[in-house]
Design a protein around this ligand. Structure first.
Ligand SMILES: [Zn+2]
Length: 540
């Protein structure tokens, strides 16, 4: 029986408009893009969306420093992000930014629903106030000593040294970064989402296998503690959406960024009138929703986001895929600047398949950090892609090009090995679905070794020298080329450039259903070298 095709929305977490895309961000976008491409390959209907996260004080601060307005900064960054993702063949159906009209309408709508359903409360809080400027100070406009580890020069929300989160009023010896004055404590009202009311529903949802097991345990730990109401408003000055009916209050950036998932999808629907927006978000919809996120923002996606959706009477995510971070020489990316600048520079010029392949070879469904090691990178690419895969196609196609007028043989005799390769398709398909890309690469490398071994023992060059068995030589190379075809179909979601070159050479489009159909009697194109080996001095 034919399986019913699925329909799904897939997202990455929104990169902040404050900086350029680097290889750390790319891990998530590559992981998601591979998964998207695989789902498309097996015939599922996928909408892959993402946006720049544009609001908050960091953008406002940057605009002040650069003597411009936030809109200019976010637009410049948006243009650069789009170019970066294209370079790595991350194929979004829509990439946008959260500062847009649709998102504003939706943020207001969901806020209204939450309020109407009794999930929002107003509360008086104490906040730091700059008497000279006459403004409440956002967290990023205050610096002082961390109340936990006493590190100097920390912002009003969290400490970059010990990682502690605290209220700005807890900061020791706070100073306004605008006037340098000591702020006073003044009362103000804020809007809070009553998260504790969702505890039971979110717990039930989490138990539907929406998150990896090791992550689930961590989230359930949080749930054992008291869940506080979440402050979703910020005072002027702020860059974001104004709260309706308020003159000097804005929605907190995380509130409209999460709703931005819906907002970005709405933008996609505006461009593509065939998609019916309403089918995707009502509570009992069968359409699936997947979020790829880093382990640093689990809290926002396993608690805040499903609560917003639940309280607005909308559907919740089908699954969250959580991943670890990239480290270089065991440091976080921000701490190993020079190496990381070199690596980024390298990838901006070079073949993006290499980074995609390297990440795939390391990606499992765990949340462990992934070490980017340059020597290991070069070794893997040269060995797997150049020595094994490219070699398999180059040695076989050259005979077909030079002595058989580019034509493959009409039959596949003695092709037990072909059956072995086809038989892996079910297994590889399951591994893709379960995000175990590292195991897929392992299997494919074993298969390519087997293919090269097969050619080695059949010795086509020997048959050629002896001017014997002309049809046999053609058939051996045809088998070699067909084995290659299967392997590249398996790798198609990971290697778009390699696939493109292979499809051109083989004169056919590689499809998942086509795995079982060998290329026979077809004419192929003239083989040209796919890639060059990487040398260490190209990178460092
Ligand atoms: Zn600290």
């Amino acid at each position: 029986m034919k399986k019913k095709k699925k329909e799904m929305i897939i997202t990455c977490a929104f990169p902040y408009s404050n900086g350029f895309i680097h290889i750390g961000h790319l891990l998530e976008h590559i992981q998601a893009d591979i998964w998207v491409r695989f789902n498309k390959l097996i015939g599922n209907k996928v909408y892959f969306i993402c946006s720049d996260d544009t609001h908050g004080t960091a953008i406002m601060l940057k605009a002040i420093i650069k003597k411009t307005i936030p809109k200019n900064i976010i637009f410049e960054m948006y243009k650069s992000h789009i170019i970066e993702f294209k370079k790595f063949n991350i194929e979004y159906d829509k990439y946008y930014f959260t500062h847009n009209k649709e998102n504003k309408i939706l943020t207001n709508l969901l806020f209204d629903r939450l309020k109407h359903n009794g999930y929002i409360k107003k509360k008086i809080c104490k906040q730091l106030y700059d008497i000279k400027k006459k403004i409440f100070l956002p967290d990023r406009f205050i610096k002082g000593k961390c109340p936990k580890c006493y590190a100097y020069n920390q912002y009003g929300d969290n400490c970059e040294i010990c990682g502690a989160f605290y209220k700005s009023t807890e900061l020791i010896k706070p100073k306004s970064t605008i006037t340098g004055l000591k702020p006073i404590i003044k009362k103000t009202t804020h809007y809070f989402l009553k998260l504790f009311l969702f505890k039971k529903k979110i717990n039930n949802w989490l138990n539907l296998k929406v998150i990896q097991n090791n992550v689930l345990n961590k989230v359930l730990e949080w749930f054992k503690k008291e869940i506080k109401a979440w402050n979703i408003s910020r005072n002027n000055p702020y860059f974001g959406f104004k709260i309706p009916g308020e003159n000097k209050k804005y929605f907190y950036v995380w509130f409209d960024a999460l709703i931005g998932y819906i907002g970005t999808f709405k933008i996609l629907c505006n461009y593509n009138k065939k998609i019916n927006f309403d089918n995707f978000w009502y509570k009992k919809t069968k359409i699936e929703l997947y979020h790829f996120i880093g382990k640093d923002i689990i809290y926002f996606h396993s608690l805040f986001w499903p609560s917003i959706l639940e309280g607005s009477n909308l559907r919740k995510p089908t699954k969250l895929f959580v991943h670890g971070h990239i480290t270089i020489n065991n440091n976080k990316i921000s701490k190993s600047k020079k190496t990381y600048i070199n690596i980024n520079y390298y990838f901006k010029k070079k073949n993006s398949d290499f980074l995609r392949y390297y990440y795939a070879s390391k990606l499992s469904n765990s949340i462990k950090d992934i070490e980017f090691n340059i020597k290991n990178f070069i070794e893997i690419i040269n060995n797997d892609i150049i020595n094994k895969l490219a070699n398999l196609i180059s040695r076989n196609s050259s005979f077909i090009n030079n002595y058989y007028y580019n034509k493959l043989s009409n039959t596949l005799k003695y092709s037990k090995i072909y059956q072995i390769f086809i038989n892996e398709s079910k297994n590889i398909s399951n591994l893709y679905i379960n995000m175990k890309f590292d195991i897929i690469i392992n299997i494919i490398m074993k298969l390519v070794d087997l293919a090269n071994f097969y050619i080695n023992i059949k010795k086509p060059w020997y048959l050629f020298k002896k001017k014997l068995y002309n049809n046999k030589l053609q058939m051996i190379c045809t088998i070699g080329i067909n084995l290659f075809k299967i392997l590249i179909t398996y790798l198609k979601p990971i290697l778009p450039i390699f696939t493109f070159k292979s499809e051109f050479l083989l004169n056919t489009k590689l499809t998942w259903i086509g795995i079982k159909k060998p290329l026979l009697g077809n004419k192929i194109k003239k083989f040209k070298k796919f890639f060059h080996r990487i040398k260490l001095n190209e990178i460092l």
